[in-house]
Ligand binder design. Structure first.
Ligand code: TA6
Length: 310
């Protein structure tokens, strides 16, 4: 596989220095040390730094460094398969509500803030490649005083995003950089654009379920009996040991294959009338790790996800 790797040694890409970033993005992207073909650093909504990937076939993806959040995956022609809620804010006062937010080091509910802190911290770009014409970018998040105040461990999260003509893939690698063990739960809280009344997921039949409706802190155990799971109302349900491949019909004419390795569980969520303004326009199908992952010092955990159009 032909791969050209160009490290991005651009310190301003780290949002710890985001205030110096303003206005520098396009100039930096053109430097010899800048991003690979198909990778652009731009200012997104709220002037937040955003990495735009473009495949030679015309598909496009956007990732905000704030939260390491993939907010858009557009097919050639411009149709976006991901959804960002209309109430999403891009001012770093809260996580971006939409796309693929990270839940780390806690899915929740639990001891620290709901869904952890990775979705409201500044990730940085550590590498950009072009693999057989397709753009690949790697983002990094490390512990800092903000995370240590909630979860006192040294860690490194590396998040690789790869765009192809008909798919977008991610690889998340969590490494324990501390001298003591730690454990975590995690998820990619993917918001898909959908027509909720026509949306359905195939592949979950037989899975054990933990239904967080009505009480998220005391989920009800059960088993999925349906071949095709629909979204007729409020749904907040964990599927344990879900298969490595699911099929989402988004009700908008697309069937999206969701493949994974090592994301052992799946979560389906639609808030129904709790978010009246937009619940009809999305469903969340989340790859998750609900059982705790234990890492000794220097150990890593890796999980991949591929979203592709069938
Ligand atoms: O993944 C499902 C869930 O944990 C629900 O229990 C609900 O709290 C939802 O996520 C919240 O998502 P948000 O993107 O608003 O943080």
């Amino acid at each position: 596989m032909a791969s050209v790797s160009i490290p991005l040694s651009l310190p301003h890409l780290n949002l710890r220095r985001v205030n110096r970033f303003s206005g520098m993005a396009s100039a930096s992207a053109n430097r010899a040390t800048g991003p690979s073909a198909g990778v652009k650093i731009t200012e997104g909504v709220g002037n937040l730094p955003r990495v735009v990937l473009t495949s030679p076939h015309g598909s496009e993806a956007e990732i905000y460094l704030y939260g390491g959040c993939l907010t858009s995956w557009k097919l050639p022609g411009g149709k976006d398969l991901l959804f960002v809620r209309p109430d999403a804010v891009f001012d770093k006062k809260k996580p971006i509500s939409g796309g693929l937010p990270h839940c780390f080091p806690q899915f929740g509910p639990g001891a620290i803030q709901q869904h952890g802190f990775a979705r409201n911290m500044d990730w940085s770009v550590v590498n950009s490649e072009n693999v057989e014409g397709d753009p690949v970018v790697t983002f990094e998040l490390k512990d800092e005083p903000y995370s240590r105040a909630m979860w006192d461990f040294g860690f490194q999260a590396l998040y690789k995003v790869m765009l192809n003509s008909k798919s977008v893939s991610t690889e998340l690698k969590i490494t324990n950089t501390d001298s003591k063990p730690f454990s975590f739960t995690t998820a990619l809280h993917t918001y898909f654009s959908a027509a909720v009344t026509g949306a359905s997921v195939k592949g979950l039949k037989g899975c054990k379920t933990l239904n967080k409706d009505p009480d998220p802190k005391n989920p009800l155990e059960g088993q999925e009996e349906r071949d095709v799971v629909t979204f007729p109302g409020f749904i907040d349900c964990i599927y344990l040991d879900a298969p490595a491949e699911l099929h989402l019909d988004n009700g908008l004419g697309d069937v999206i294959t969701i493949k994974n390795s090592n994301w052992t569980d799946t979560v389906l969520w639609n808030p129904h009338l709790q978010i009246e303004a937009c619940y009809k326009d999305f469903v969340c199908v989340e790859n998750a790790k609900i059982g705790r992952v234990h890492l000794e010092p220097s150990e890593s955990w890796v999980a991949t996800q591929q979203l592709s159009l069938s």
